[in-house]
Design a binder for this molecule. Structure first.
Ligand SMILES: Cc1cc2nc3c(=O)[nH]c(=O)nc-3n(C[C@H](O)[C@H](O)[C@H](O)COP(=O)(O)OP(=O)(O)OC[C@H]3O[C@@H](n4cnc5c(N)ncnc54)[C@H](O)[C@@H]3O)c2cc1C
Length: 455
């Protein structure tokens, strides 16, 4: 046992072992947290990454959200690069990612038939066929493997099976956190903390302002032994009959986007990003148990219907539901700047933009809570209005937020300065050096105004 392992911290009369003392502690190993950890480590910080489950990826892997969206703006310019690109290329090398080559990104029926069932379409566009765009279908286990490879290579200290439970706050700073493990409660000291829990767990414990958001939840699942060639051939040869069957299938599942099944990199395995279940609070144990029952009942209804009625699905079987309930929105930070729906829809550009998604820009201030000097957030719980979050929460922009937050954390350590004093231009510069697009240069369709004053 090392000296560090035996250090004790007295918390409310209880002696807790201090299992780590680090520059940057990232809480949550989802897409945003992994990128924050890797980015901070590559910028010279000692980093610890904390995750409650046995795998990395959060919604992207454990929640089986299997298409990377919101990567291009209207001009078909790829806007989420850096670690996003690295991730895609690494998964592709393991046969775990599929996406259209640039020459296939067109709007015609030929490309529609080739790519729509991979989910590589611009679903924001009305009219058919929708344009084929750069989006990536991936395999959840490839995501987990690539995450572990990156953690190992960057020297990040990984602590899985560790559930963040409280923050130790003094004088507007988080001095450390308390973690629940099978081996009991443990303490970790950190100079800077990145909250990448998706639900603002650290921010709430430290007293950050927030709103309680809510959106549909989903028990995502996959079916195997589907003859996708046959299913697609039937759909294109009998569009009217297919439409009727598809409508009936969607009634069985009770709520789904336009395409309830999509192909995955595994032959014969399809991804079902449904059902849509409104009215559930992703923080409530009671609600999540009820959603589990409801979601699984609906999945089996759909499977039965598909086997009996849909060509290509005759031998389909349930491969299984995602390990994690699909939670889109819970608690959102109300930080130094709160991104509005109008910011997103008008494509408002901010002088301190440090990352971006499809035609939207994220200011550095939207990652910073008020009143806590050494905490930064990254991911779906960033500082944003509920309606705006629904439009800006996809995996690649969450990764870009993580990459920027990791840089900010490392710069704060280097400069021995509070996060709010880190120069956003320095973050933009490092993002570019890492191959990421910080959004400092607005696209031609952006709304460029004088910088908005913090709320
Ligand atoms: C059903 C569904 C479908 C979606 N479809 C798409 C899509 O098609 N394309 C797309 O790009 N995006 C999609 N999204 C959105 C996207 O998946 C998420 O917004 C994004 O993955 C969020 O990433 P994150 O890292 O911010 O949070 P999460 O992925 O939620 O990661 C948070 C991590 O923190 C860990 N954690 C949480 N609390 C604690 C704690 N107390 N202690 C320790 N660890 C903790 C979690 O286990 C998890 O690993 C979808 C989302 C859902 C739910």
């Amino acid at each position: 046992m090392t000296q560090r392992d035996t250090t004790l911290m007295l918390v409310e009369g209880e002696q807790l072992p201090v299992v780590d003392d680090t520059d940057v502690l990232v809480v949550g190993g989802g897409s945003a947290g992994l990128c924050a950890a890797a980015s901070a480590a590559r910028n010279g910080a000692r980093v610890t990454l904390l995750e409650r489950y046995h795998h990395l990826g959060g919604m992207a892997s454990g929640g089986m959200v299997l298409v990377l969206d919101d990567m291009v703006n209207e001009g078909n310019e790829i806007v989420t690069t850096g670690l996003v690109t690295e991730f895609v290329e690494r998964m592709e090398r393991q046969d775990g990612a599929v996406y259209p080559p640039p020459e296939d990104c067109q709007t015609n029926w030929e490309m529609w038939q080739k790519w729509s069932r991979w989910g590589c379409i611009d679903f924001h566009k009305a009219g058919m066929p929708q344009p084929i765009i750069h989006a990536v279908a991936f395999d959840p286990d490839a995501w987990k493997r690539v995450s572990l490879d990156i953690v190992r290579e960057t020297g990040v200290n990984l602590r899985l099976h560790s559930w963040f439970s409280d923050a130790l706050v003094a004088n507007g700073r988080i001095e450390g956190v308390i973690v629940q493990t099978k081996a009991g409660r443990q303490a970790i000291r950190a100079t800077v903390v990145v909250d990448a829990t998706g639900d603002l767990d650290v921010g709430i414990a430290a007293g950050a302002s927030h709103v309680d958001g809510q959106y549909i939840v989903t028990t995502v699942f996959r079916l195997c032994d589907v003859n996708t060639d046959r299913a697609e051939a039937f759909e294109y040869a009998n569009p009217e009959e297919y439409k009727k069957l598809d409508r009936a299938a969607r009634r069985e599942i009770g709520g789904a986007w336009g395409m309830w099944w999509l192909k995955t990199p595994l032959p014969g395995v399809v991804w079902c990003n449904c059902p849509h279940m409104p009215g559930y609070d992703g923080i409530s144990v009671e609600h999540m148990v009820a959603a589990e029952y409801e979601g699984r009942d609906r999945m089996m209804n759909l499977l039965r219907f598909a086997r009996e009625n849909l060509p290509g699905f005759e031998n389909a079987r349930m491969l299984g539901a995602a390990e994690q309930m699909g939670i889109r929105q819970t608690r959102l930070l109300q930080g130094e700047y709160i991104v509005t729906k109008d910011d997103i829809t008008s494509r408002r550009h901010f002088r301190d933009t440090v990352c971006r998604g499809r035609d939207y820009y994220t200011p550095y201030r939207a990652l910073l809570p008020k009143g806590i000097d050494n905490l930064i957030v990254a991911g779906r719980h960033y500082s944003v209005e509920c309606e705006a979050q629904k439009l800006s929460r996809e995996v690649p922009p969450c990764m870009a937020q993580g990459e920027a937050a990791g840089i900010a954390a490392a710069l704060a350590i280097k400069g021995d300065t509070p996060l709010r004093h880190v120069n956003y231009r320095a973050i933009q510069k490092r993002m570019r050096a890492q191959g990421a697009d910080p959004g400092d240069i607005p696209s031609p369709n952006a709304l460029v105004e004088e910088p908005v004053v913090a709320k």
